[in-house]
Design a protein around this ligand. Sequence first.
Ligand SMILES: C[S@@+](CC[C@H](N)C(=O)[O-])C[C@H]1O[C@@H](n2cnc3c(N)ncnc32)[C@H](O)[C@@H]1O
Length: 265
Amino acid sequence: MSQVDQEYDIYRALAFVYDQVMEEVNYEHWADFIDEIMQTHHRDPLRILELGCGTGSLALSLDELMCYSILATDKSPEMINVARRKKQEMITSRVSFDVVDFMDLSPLHPRKFDVVLLTFDSINYLHHQDLILQLLEEVQQVLNEEGIFIFDFTTPQNSEQAIQSLDGEEGYYENFYYHRKSRYDEEDRIHVNTFTIQQLDDDRENVIDSFQEVHKQRIYTLSEMRSIIHNSSFDILSQYEGFDLVDADDDSLRVTMTLTCPQTT
Ligand SMILES: C[S@@+](CC[C@H](N)C(=O)[O-])C[C@H]1O[C@@H](n2cnc3c(N)ncnc32)[C@H](O)[C@@H]1O
Protein backbone atom coordinates (compact mmCIF):
# COMPACT_ATOMS: atom_id res chain seq x y z
CA MET A 1 0.00 0.00 0.00
CA SER A 2 1.33 3.42 -0.95
CA GLN A 3 0.17 6.71 0.53
CA VAL A 4 2.70 8.66 -1.53
CA ASP A 5 1.27 10.74 -4.35
CA GLN A 6 3.12 10.39 -7.60
CA GLU A 7 2.87 13.32 -9.99
CA TYR A 8 1.45 11.84 -13.16
CA ASP A 9 0.95 12.81 -16.82
CA ILE A 10 -2.38 14.60 -17.03
CA TYR A 11 -5.46 12.54 -17.97
CA ARG A 12 -3.73 9.29 -17.12
CA ALA A 13 -5.08 8.47 -13.65
CA LEU A 14 -7.92 11.00 -14.06
CA ALA A 15 -9.26 8.78 -16.85
CA PHE A 16 -10.47 6.31 -14.16
CA VAL A 17 -12.81 8.91 -12.62
CA TYR A 18 -13.27 11.45 -15.44
CA ASP A 19 -16.90 10.57 -16.16
CA GLN A 20 -17.69 10.92 -12.46
CA VAL A 21 -15.99 14.34 -12.37
CA MET A 22 -18.15 15.33 -15.37
CA GLU A 23 -21.32 13.79 -13.93
CA GLU A 24 -23.23 17.09 -14.12
CA VAL A 25 -22.31 17.81 -17.73
CA ASN A 26 -25.15 17.24 -20.18
CA TYR A 27 -23.25 16.00 -23.24
CA GLU A 28 -26.46 15.35 -25.18
CA HIS A 29 -27.43 18.99 -24.83
CA TRP A 30 -23.85 19.96 -25.78
CA ALA A 31 -24.02 17.71 -28.87
CA ASP A 32 -27.30 19.38 -29.92
CA PHE A 33 -25.59 22.77 -29.63
CA ILE A 34 -22.61 21.64 -31.72
CA ASP A 35 -25.03 20.12 -34.25
CA GLU A 36 -26.83 23.48 -34.50
CA ILE A 37 -23.53 25.29 -35.10
CA MET A 38 -22.45 22.80 -37.77
CA GLN A 39 -25.79 23.06 -39.57
CA THR A 40 -25.63 26.87 -39.39
CA HIS A 41 -22.10 27.27 -40.73
CA HIS A 42 -21.58 24.34 -43.10
CA ARG A 43 -23.63 23.38 -46.15
CA ASP A 44 -23.22 19.64 -45.73
CA PRO A 45 -21.22 18.60 -42.68
CA LEU A 46 -20.55 14.89 -42.82
CA ARG A 47 -17.02 14.01 -41.84
CA ILE A 48 -16.22 15.16 -38.31
CA LEU A 49 -12.87 15.08 -36.52
CA GLU A 50 -12.95 15.64 -32.77
CA LEU A 51 -9.68 16.60 -31.07
CA GLY A 52 -9.20 16.24 -27.30
CA CYS A 53 -12.31 14.03 -27.16
CA GLY A 54 -11.57 12.71 -23.66
CA THR A 55 -13.73 9.70 -22.84
CA GLY A 56 -15.82 10.26 -25.98
CA SER A 57 -19.08 11.49 -24.43
CA LEU A 58 -19.63 14.28 -26.95
CA ALA A 59 -18.74 12.13 -29.98
CA LEU A 60 -20.99 9.29 -28.80
CA SER A 61 -23.86 11.74 -28.27
CA LEU A 62 -23.31 13.35 -31.69
CA ASP A 63 -23.29 9.90 -33.28
CA GLU A 64 -26.80 9.30 -31.95
CA LEU A 65 -28.01 11.98 -34.38
CA MET A 66 -27.13 9.39 -37.07
CA CYS A 67 -25.93 11.83 -39.72
CA TYR A 68 -22.20 12.07 -39.14
CA SER A 69 -19.07 10.02 -39.69
CA ILE A 70 -16.94 10.74 -36.62
CA LEU A 71 -13.29 10.18 -35.80
CA ALA A 72 -12.67 11.16 -32.18
CA THR A 73 -9.09 11.56 -30.95
CA ASP A 74 -7.20 12.36 -27.78
CA LYS A 75 -3.56 12.43 -26.70
CA SER A 76 -4.23 10.28 -23.64
CA PRO A 77 -4.38 6.53 -24.37
CA GLU A 78 -6.15 6.03 -21.03
CA MET A 79 -8.98 8.42 -21.98
CA ILE A 80 -9.29 6.70 -25.38
CA ASN A 81 -9.46 3.28 -23.68
CA VAL A 82 -12.43 4.47 -21.61
CA ALA A 83 -14.06 5.92 -24.75
CA ARG A 84 -13.65 2.62 -26.59
CA ARG A 85 -15.21 0.69 -23.69
CA LYS A 86 -18.20 3.07 -23.68
CA LYS A 87 -18.59 2.59 -27.42
CA GLN A 88 -18.66 -1.21 -27.01
CA GLU A 89 -21.43 -0.89 -24.45
CA MET A 90 -23.47 1.13 -26.94
CA ILE A 91 -23.22 -1.63 -29.58
CA THR A 92 -24.61 0.43 -32.48
CA SER A 93 -22.13 3.32 -32.27
CA ARG A 94 -20.03 3.96 -35.38
CA VAL A 95 -17.56 6.45 -33.85
CA SER A 96 -13.87 5.60 -34.37
CA PHE A 97 -11.44 6.48 -31.58
CA ASP A 98 -7.72 7.03 -31.94
CA VAL A 99 -4.78 8.38 -29.93
CA VAL A 100 -3.62 11.61 -31.62
CA ASP A 101 -1.82 14.70 -30.30
CA PHE A 102 -3.64 17.76 -31.65
CA MET A 103 -0.33 19.59 -31.97
CA ASP A 104 0.70 17.13 -34.69
CA LEU A 105 -2.12 15.97 -36.95
CA SER A 106 0.23 14.54 -39.61
CA PRO A 107 -0.73 10.93 -38.69
CA LEU A 108 -4.19 11.77 -40.10
CA HIS A 109 -2.92 12.97 -43.50
CA PRO A 110 -4.19 12.84 -46.23
CA ARG A 111 -7.62 12.50 -44.63
CA LYS A 112 -9.74 15.66 -44.65
CA PHE A 113 -12.78 16.64 -42.60
CA ASP A 114 -15.72 19.02 -42.98
CA VAL A 115 -15.66 19.93 -39.31
CA VAL A 116 -12.95 19.83 -36.67
CA LEU A 117 -14.10 20.08 -33.04
CA LEU A 118 -12.18 20.91 -29.87
CA THR A 119 -14.43 21.44 -26.87
CA PHE A 120 -14.58 21.78 -23.12
CA ASP A 121 -11.66 24.13 -22.50
CA SER A 122 -9.13 21.81 -24.16
CA ILE A 123 -7.55 24.80 -25.96
CA ASN A 124 -6.93 26.37 -22.54
CA TYR A 125 -4.11 23.84 -22.10
CA LEU A 126 -2.17 25.90 -24.67
CA HIS A 127 -0.47 28.64 -22.68
CA HIS A 128 0.91 30.83 -25.47
CA GLN A 129 -0.32 32.45 -28.65
CA ASP A 130 2.35 30.55 -30.65
CA LEU A 131 0.91 27.22 -29.56
CA ILE A 132 -2.61 28.24 -30.57
CA LEU A 133 -1.29 29.39 -33.94
CA GLN A 134 0.49 26.04 -34.36
CA LEU A 135 -2.75 24.20 -33.55
CA LEU A 136 -4.60 26.31 -36.14
CA GLU A 137 -2.01 25.41 -38.78
CA GLU A 138 -2.44 21.73 -37.96
CA VAL A 139 -6.24 22.05 -38.19
CA GLN A 140 -6.00 23.88 -41.51
CA GLN A 141 -4.11 20.89 -43.00
CA VAL A 142 -6.97 18.49 -42.26
CA LEU A 143 -9.93 20.68 -43.22
CA ASN A 144 -11.82 20.21 -46.48
CA GLU A 145 -12.71 23.15 -48.67
CA GLU A 146 -15.25 25.25 -46.77
CA GLY A 147 -14.44 23.23 -43.66
CA ILE A 148 -14.99 24.77 -40.25
CA PHE A 149 -13.19 24.60 -36.91
CA ILE A 150 -15.38 24.82 -33.80
CA PHE A 151 -13.72 25.21 -30.42
CA ASP A 152 -14.52 26.69 -27.05
CA PHE A 153 -12.60 28.32 -24.25
CA THR A 154 -13.36 29.63 -20.78
CA THR A 155 -12.77 33.20 -19.68
CA PRO A 156 -11.45 34.88 -16.52
CA GLN A 157 -15.04 35.47 -15.33
CA ASN A 158 -15.67 31.73 -15.48
CA SER A 159 -12.58 30.91 -13.42
CA GLU A 160 -13.45 33.56 -10.84
CA GLN A 161 -17.00 32.20 -10.47
CA ALA A 162 -16.22 28.48 -10.67
CA ILE A 163 -13.38 28.40 -8.19
CA GLN A 164 -15.65 28.09 -5.14
CA SER A 165 -17.55 25.07 -6.39
CA LEU A 166 -14.46 23.38 -7.87
CA ASP A 167 -12.10 23.77 -4.93
CA GLY A 168 -12.48 20.86 -2.52
CA GLU A 169 -14.71 18.84 -4.87
CA GLU A 170 -14.47 15.11 -4.21
CA GLY A 171 -16.19 11.90 -5.22
CA TYR A 172 -16.01 8.15 -5.71
CA TYR A 173 -16.25 6.03 -8.81
CA GLU A 174 -16.12 2.26 -8.43
CA ASN A 175 -13.00 1.68 -6.30
CA PHE A 176 -11.50 5.11 -6.96
CA TYR A 177 -11.67 8.31 -4.92
CA TYR A 178 -10.76 11.76 -6.25
CA HIS A 179 -10.22 15.17 -4.71
CA ARG A 180 -9.76 18.45 -6.59
CA LYS A 181 -7.86 21.49 -5.37
CA SER A 182 -8.55 24.48 -7.58
CA ARG A 183 -6.93 27.89 -7.60
CA TYR A 184 -6.90 30.75 -10.06
CA ASP A 185 -4.14 33.34 -10.35
CA GLU A 186 -5.87 36.46 -11.65
CA GLU A 187 -2.58 38.17 -12.44
CA ASP A 188 -0.96 35.57 -14.70
CA ARG A 189 -4.38 34.07 -15.60
CA ILE A 190 -3.42 30.49 -14.87
CA HIS A 191 -6.08 28.18 -13.48
CA VAL A 192 -4.55 25.21 -11.66
CA ASN A 193 -6.58 22.10 -10.82
CA THR A 194 -4.70 19.56 -8.74
CA PHE A 195 -6.37 16.17 -8.70
CA THR A 196 -5.52 13.49 -6.18
CA ILE A 197 -6.77 10.11 -7.34
CA GLN A 198 -6.67 7.13 -5.01
CA GLN A 199 -7.21 3.54 -5.92
CA LEU A 200 -8.99 1.86 -2.99
CA ASP A 201 -9.47 -1.76 -1.99
CA ASP A 202 -12.85 -3.43 -2.50
CA ASP A 203 -14.17 -2.18 0.85
CA ARG A 204 -13.00 1.35 0.04
CA GLU A 205 -11.14 1.37 3.36
CA ASN A 206 -7.50 1.20 2.33
CA VAL A 207 -5.60 3.12 -0.29
CA ILE A 208 -3.81 0.81 -2.72
CA ASP A 209 -2.24 3.55 -4.81
CA SER A 210 -2.36 7.32 -5.01
CA PHE A 211 -1.65 9.66 -7.92
CA GLN A 212 -1.51 13.39 -8.37
CA GLU A 213 -2.15 15.28 -11.62
CA VAL A 214 -1.57 19.03 -11.88
CA HIS A 215 -3.63 20.61 -14.68
CA LYS A 216 -2.59 24.15 -15.63
CA GLN A 217 -4.81 26.08 -18.00
CA ARG A 218 -4.24 29.55 -19.42
CA ILE A 219 -7.42 31.59 -19.30
CA TYR A 220 -8.07 33.92 -22.27
CA THR A 221 -10.40 36.86 -22.70
CA LEU A 222 -12.51 37.01 -25.84
CA SER A 223 -10.48 39.99 -27.09
CA GLU A 224 -7.22 38.08 -26.62
CA MET A 225 -8.53 35.03 -28.47
CA ARG A 226 -9.82 37.19 -31.31
CA SER A 227 -6.45 38.91 -31.68
CA ILE A 228 -4.63 35.55 -31.74
CA ILE A 229 -6.96 34.34 -34.50
CA HIS A 230 -6.38 37.54 -36.46
CA ASN A 231 -2.71 36.51 -36.63
CA SER A 232 -3.68 33.20 -38.27
CA SER A 233 -5.08 32.25 -41.69
CA PHE A 234 -8.54 31.74 -40.20
CA ASP A 235 -11.56 34.03 -40.22
CA ILE A 236 -14.09 34.14 -37.40
CA LEU A 237 -17.59 33.13 -38.50
CA SER A 238 -19.20 33.24 -35.07
CA GLN A 239 -18.56 33.56 -31.34
CA TYR A 240 -21.35 32.16 -29.22
CA GLU A 241 -21.96 32.52 -25.51
CA GLY A 242 -22.76 29.49 -23.38
CA PHE A 243 -24.86 26.95 -25.27
CA ASP A 244 -27.02 29.22 -27.42
CA LEU A 245 -26.55 30.90 -30.77
CA VAL A 246 -26.21 34.21 -28.97
CA ASP A 247 -23.26 36.48 -29.65
CA ALA A 248 -20.59 36.35 -26.92
CA ASP A 249 -19.04 39.44 -25.38
CA ASP A 250 -16.27 40.18 -22.89
CA ASP A 251 -18.55 39.13 -19.98
CA SER A 252 -19.26 35.65 -21.35
CA LEU A 253 -18.14 32.68 -19.21
CA ARG A 254 -17.62 30.22 -22.06
CA VAL A 255 -17.20 31.19 -25.71
CA THR A 256 -17.61 28.81 -28.63
CA MET A 257 -16.02 30.04 -31.84
CA THR A 258 -16.46 28.91 -35.41
CA LEU A 259 -13.57 29.57 -37.79
CA THR A 260 -13.02 29.04 -41.47
CA CYS A 261 -9.97 29.34 -43.64
CA PRO A 262 -10.47 31.59 -46.69
CA GLN A 263 -7.71 29.83 -48.70
CA THR A 264 -9.77 26.66 -48.67
CA THR A 265 -13.02 28.27 -49.82
C1 LIG B 1 -11.06 19.13 -20.34
S1 LIG B 1 -10.78 17.62 -21.17
C2 LIG B 1 -12.10 17.65 -22.35
C3 LIG B 1 -12.42 16.28 -22.86
C4 LIG B 1 -13.65 16.20 -23.74
N1 LIG B 1 -13.58 17.14 -24.86
C5 LIG B 1 -14.91 16.43 -22.95
O1 LIG B 1 -15.71 17.28 -23.35
O2 LIG B 1 -15.14 15.77 -21.95
C6 LIG B 1 -9.34 18.00 -22.16
C7 LIG B 1 -8.89 16.84 -23.04
O3 LIG B 1 -7.90 17.33 -23.92
C8 LIG B 1 -6.92 16.34 -24.07
N2 LIG B 1 -5.69 16.97 -24.54
C9 LIG B 1 -4.93 17.90 -23.90
N3 LIG B 1 -3.86 18.22 -24.66
C10 LIG B 1 -3.96 17.48 -25.80
C11 LIG B 1 -3.18 17.39 -26.99
N4 LIG B 1 -2.05 18.10 -27.14
N5 LIG B 1 -3.60 16.57 -27.97
C12 LIG B 1 -4.76 15.85 -27.84
N6 LIG B 1 -5.53 15.88 -26.72
C13 LIG B 1 -5.13 16.70 -25.72
C14 LIG B 1 -6.80 15.70 -22.71
O4 LIG B 1 -6.17 14.43 -22.76
C15 LIG B 1 -8.26 15.67 -22.28
O5 LIG B 1 -8.88 14.47 -22.63
